[in-house]
Design a protein around this ligand. Structure first.
Ligand SMILES: NC(=O)c1ccc[n+]([C@@H]2O[C@H](COP(=O)([O-])OP(=O)(O)OC[C@H]3O[C@@H](n4cnc5c(N)ncnc54)[C@H](O)[C@@H]3O)[C@@H](O)[C@H]2O)c1
Ligand SMILES: O=C(O)C[C@H](O)C(=O)O
Ligand SMILES: [Mg+2]
Length: 476
């Protein structure tokens, strides 16, 4: 298993596209350099060939990402060689994007054409105009979610903008489809203005049965979600808040069982008081946690201080009962649980060593966790990250596909607290007491029981709380 924290390169194969002046450089010189740097040339594809120039793709197996840098630098220094591009398997998977539209029925003749399109489609339009609820049965609304971001808090990469956010949103759309057969569109907006985002999402809502807000920074995300919930009659769910909180709670239920501690007796440090940190704190308070200390860039959040971020004022009044102040290193002393929802590499082994016995470390920043799990493997009772290449992946992907599957199946008007708690309990229930261990506190994303159980829990909670507009057949 290859894991690269910080360099973001996974996989062992890279492709170098080289433009070579054939009268200046010998191909064997390039092969030699690659081999000197430890690369293994496994394939050569000629892309273009002219009398004095050739473009070739060289597929090279490497053992680590440092080799990629070294090979690229050495090749680039050669006279007569232009390194056009270096890609790896991950980049290749993104060529042209990761999703496409598929037709459910083929258009093979004029008759089909006049049914799916004009003139016959008009009858369907009129039926919906007469009774708008029919849009759920006669359009994609029934099974389609908009995945909407403004690119302002993408993973832990920060405000990288809507274009750069697209690969994440396309990835979410893939997960919706593969895990829960939910169709979705990635929509990245060229605006970070709260009112404009609200207006835009309201304007596109007719096509969708739900809105999944993604990677929108705090505090704007709170108002955007609240207003849309009030103004739309379909579920609006900010995944980074609620998806994360649900999965975190499921993971914590399991980890606490392992170390035999109870939620009302533990000291929890939450690092990164943004969208995810605030939502996770709320779910833990609701579950009975008494001592939670929030830490952001300027240290612990303490009541008595005035914060420009209104949510931090709320936070200071509802957490940190002993008014602990100082840096992360100060307040983590004696903590039972560390929850990281901030940025990569800000927690040290030394800090973990000052935690209480059997520390639980959930380093959930993506793509680089707050600490590399290998660094604390021997001293932590449980370590979890948001990544798929380590055991214990606490990632909202365990939650959002099943939650929306359930919400769409019962045409829920909203996703409420009961539905979220049902989802958390469903995820936690997948692991039995016998199975649970340090490396298995949370089910795998690929465990087929997860989506099914989350979906069922959500549908039942929606029916009980009377937000279901349709009762699925098995509950009638
Ligand atoms: N594993 C998961 O399922 C999951 C889900 C959601 C978010 N996340 C991760 O959590 C992180 C935050 O996401 P978000 O949506 O809440 O973003 P956000 O922008 O709303 O919040 C991030 C917060 O972290 C703070 N921060 C930045 N650097 C810090 C530091 N060095 N020390 C303390 N605080 C610091 C910021 O000031 C901000 O308040 C990201 O890394 C994201 O990838 C993980
Ligand atoms: O996208 C992920 O992997 C999880 C989460 O939504 C995040 O923003 O980090
Ligand atoms: Mg996210």
């Amino acid at each position: 298993m290859e894991r690269e924290f910080g360099k973001l390169i996974t996989g062992k194969s890279i492709i170098l596209r080289l433009e070579m002046k054939t009268d200046v450089i010998k191909f064997s010189d390039i092969v030699q350099i690659i081999s000197d740097e430890g690369g293994d040339l496994v394939a050569i594809d000629v892309i273009q060939m002219k009398h004095d120039m050739t473009i070739r793709d060289l597929t090279v197996n490497v053992s680590d990402s440092l080799q990629i840098v070294q090979i690229s630098e050495k090749v680039q220094q050669l006279n007569g060689v232009n390194l056009v591009n270096v890609s790896d398997q991950t980049f290749l998977m993104h060529l042209g994007g990761k999703i496409e539209t598929k037709l459910k029925v083929p258009i093979q003749n004029r008759d089909d054409l006049s049914r799916v399109y004009t003139p016959d489609v008009a009858r369907v339009c009129m039926a919906i105009q007469e009774d708008q609820r029919k849009s759920f049965t006669l359009t994609i609304k029934r099974n389609t979610v908009a995945v909407v971001s403004d690119g302002s808090a993408v993973l832990g990469l920060g405000n990288i903008g809507p274009y750069a956010a697209m690969p994440v949103m396309e990835g979410k759309a893939m997960l919706f489809k593969q895990m829960a057969d939910v169709d979705s569109f990635p929509i990245c907006l060229e605006t970070q203005d709260t009112e404009e985002i609200i207006r835009t999402i309201k304007a596109i809502a007719p096509a969708f049965g739900g809105i999944n807000l993604e990677d929108i920074s705090s505090p704007r995300c709170f108002e955007i979600e609240e207003r849309l919930k009030e103004e739309l009659d379909i579920p609006v769910f900010h995944d980074d808040q609620h998806g994360t909180a649900v999965v975190l709670y499921a993971g914590l239920i399991s980890a606490l069982k392992l170390v035999n501690k109870s939620i009302d007796q533990i000291k929890v440090v939450v690092n990164g008081i943004g969208a995810a940190g605030i939502a996770c704190t709320k779910i833990l308070l609701a579950a009975g946690a008494k001592e939670i200390i929030g830490v952001d860039k300027d240290g612990a959040i303490v009541s008595g201080n005035e914060y420009t971020n209104p949510m931090w004022n709320w936070y200071s009044q509802n957490t940190n009962p002993h008014k602990s102040s100082g840096s992360l290193a100060d307040v983590i002393k004696g903590a039972d649980v560390f929850i990281g929802l901030s940025r990569g590499k800000i927690l040290s082994r030394e800090m973990v060593m000052t935690m209480n016995a059997e520390p639980i470390v959930f380093a959930m920043a993506n793509p680089t966790p707050e600490i590399d799990p290998d660094e604390i493997e021997d001293i932590a009772a449980v370590v979890a990250t948001g990544r798929s290449d380590y055991p214990n992946q606490i990632n909202n992907v365990l939650c959002f596909p099943g939650i929306f599957r359930g919400a769409l199946d019962c045409r829920a008007t909203t996703i409420n607290e009961k539905m979220k708690l049902a989802a958390a309990e469903a995820i936690a229930s997948v692991i039995s007491d016998d199975e649970r261990n340090k490396y298995y506190i949370i089910p795998s994303v690929f465990n087929p029981d997860v989506v099914k159980l989350v979906r069922d829990g959500v549908v039942e909670a929606a029916i009980l709380t009377k937000v279901a507009r349709r009762i699925p057949r098995e509950y009638r």
